[in-house]
Design a protein around this ligand. Structure first.
Ligand SMILES: Cc1cc2nc3c(=O)[nH]c(=O)nc-3n(C[C@H](O)[C@H](O)[C@H](O)COP(=O)(O)OP(=O)(O)OC[C@H]3O[C@@H](n4cnc5c(N)ncnc54)[C@H](O)[C@@H]3O)c2cc1C
Ligand code: SF4
Length: 461
């Protein structure tokens, strides 16, 4: 074994997995996990922990793996995270814990994410549940949205003894974890639902099909239903479009719609009644994780897929692992390319996409070099489906139906970084609803912060 390198993780063969929705990464077995754990130096002043938004005791749980105490490793993680099997699979570890691991200075960092996943999978497969709170204080808190922010806030409050109800607009709990991230990266029944069951086992109630702002308002929850505090974790599910001609044609999807149809409505399964028109030649516009997910879903539904991105490979915002997997599966990247028009046939369907080549100019406010059009370089891509993956913003429904709730220019709810408190007394917020589209672990961190903020607020009320 080369101690400078990670123990390789087993994955489905790219050619095989491009034709199925089964999970790509197969994870470590117990021997592989122990071998990888032995690469950890159990640093006293562990930088990996400082880089984790929920401050998991990383050397602590890895030490338990080294000694074969997998159940105890699960409890160590459980003190900080309610969704370890999810985070082990989808967190951008390379820019967080693993990005700061001391092993990474001279070699490859410890594979913290894969070890977290191993521990969480072990706990689930062996029926190990989180420890239940000992007593309840009977005080009611409402949580809006059942994504990672809402689940984490609810779980932490339940552990403190609060009577927590999550209100979720969709018919299934989980937020982006169920409707956005595809099955081949994050299995729904086996992983997401089980971690949600764990949160429920702490006493959290989940009411689905309740749209706050329509079915009931926040003011009604607080004034009529007896909730003493509310946490808003409603995410950022409103897709953006480019505003180019042809964008309203049949065959143009937002990535959110495409993925929701596939993931939540199971359009990829023959035995479901909600099929999607998969397209034969698909262009996905954008370069983030969402674009990679949409492209890989379209591939699995049988299409030839291109990713069209206006900057270069270096600026691709998606996780390195996702870009690597996407390329391995045979998806073509049209980089430094920007759509200018979607061509539409006589029946109103997409029949091509006009694009222009770009080059990189000076850095913009994000620090990335901004793309500039190369005059006269227009060309047409032959496509029948276009999936726009240009980012999302929070839905204004809650802010427009709640008196005294401040939002910023980007329509995000304004909340304190330290407590999650908003401008409205008793109302807290966190996750994508506050930051705009971000990551699972940042949403979880915000949920944790708000749970502490709510506890402080209610103790002093
Ligand atoms: C396709 C895709 C892939 C991604 N991949 C990754 C990845 O690999 N790694 C990573 O870290 N992050 C990834 N992300 C981002 C990550 O999933 C989000 O940052 C995270 O889910 C945000 O959590 P949240 O709890 O704030 O919101 P969400 O997960 O969006 O949950 C919000 C919930 O609130 C509900 N809701 C909204 N309005 C109301 C209302 N009025 N009443 C009741 N309920 C309401 C919604 O239905 C939803 O269930 C991805 C996102 C997408 C879309
Ligand atoms: S920084 Fe790396 S080596 Fe040190 S404790 Fe964290 S995972 Fe282990």
């Amino acid at each position: 074994m080369d101690i400078m390198k990670k123990v390789p993780v087993r994955e489905q063969d790219p050619k095989v997995r491009a034709t199925n929705f089964d999970e790509v990464c197969l994870g470590y077995n117990a021997d592989e996990a122990k071998e990888e754990a032995n690469r950890c130096l159990t640093c006293q002043n562990a930088q990996c922990v400082k880089a984790c938004p929920v401050a998991i005791d990383i050397p602590g749980f890895i030490k338990e793996i080294k000694e074969g105490n997998f159940e105890e490793a699960g409890y160590v993680i459980g003190r900080s995270s309610a969704l370890p099997a999810v985070c082990g699979r989808v967190c951008p570890q390379e820019s967080q814990c693993e990005g700061k691991c001391i092993r990474g200075i001279k070699g490859e960092p410890v594979s913290i994410g894969k070890l977290e996943r191993f521990v969480a999978d072990y706990a689930r497969q062996n029926g190990i549940k989180p420890k239940k709170p000992e007593s309840s204080n009977g005080r009611k808190v409402a949580v809006i949205g059942s994504g990672p922010a809402g689940l984490t806030c609810a779980g932490d409050l339940a552990k403190m003894g609060y009577d927590v109800t999550i209100f979720e607009a969709l018919h299934e709990a989980g937020g982006v974890l169920v409707y956005g991230i595809p099955e081949f990266r994050l299995p729904k029944d086996e992983v997401v639902k089980k971690e949600i069951e764990n949160v429920k086992s702490l006493g959290v109630k989940i009411e689905t099909d309740v749209v706050i702002g329509k079915s009931v308002t926040i003011d009604e929850l607080m004034e009529k239903e007896g909730f003493e505090a509310v946490f808003i974790g409603s995410g950022a599910g409103l897709p953006r479009f480019m505003g180019i001609p042809g964008e309203t044609a049949s065959g143009v999807f937002s990535a959110n719609e495409y993925l929701t149809r596939s993931n939540l409505m199971k359009a990829f399964r023959d035995d479901y009644d909600t099929p999607i028109k998969p397209g034969k030649k698909v262009a996905v516009v954008g370069g983030g994780n969402v674009a990679m997910d949409a492209a890989r879903t379209a591939l699995r539904l049988g299409a030839d897929v291109h990713i069209v991105y206006r900057r270069s490979e270096e600026e691709l915002p998606a996780r390195v692992e996702e870009v690597h997997h996407t390329k391995e599966e045979g998806i073509i990247f049209d980089l430094l390319t920007n759509p200018t028009e979607i061509l539409v046939d006589e029946n109103g369907w997409v029949c091509g996409m006009k694009c222009i080549r770009m080059e990189l100019g000076e850095p913009d406010e994000s620090g990335r070099r901004s793309p500039v059009e190369i005059p006269g370089s227009e060309f047409v891509i032959d496509v029948d489906t276009v999936i726009m993956s240009l980012g999302t913003s929070p839905n204004p429904l809650i802010s427009s139906t709640t008196d005294g709730l401040d939002i910023n220019k980007r329509k995000c709810i304004v909340a304190s970084d330290e407590t999650g408190a908003t401008s409205k007394p008793g109302v807290f917020a966190g996750g994508d609803a506050v930051t705009g589209a971000a990551t699972v672990i940042l949403a979880m961190g915000a949920g944790k912060t708000a749970a502490k903020g709510i506890d402080e607020y209610l103790k002093n009320k």
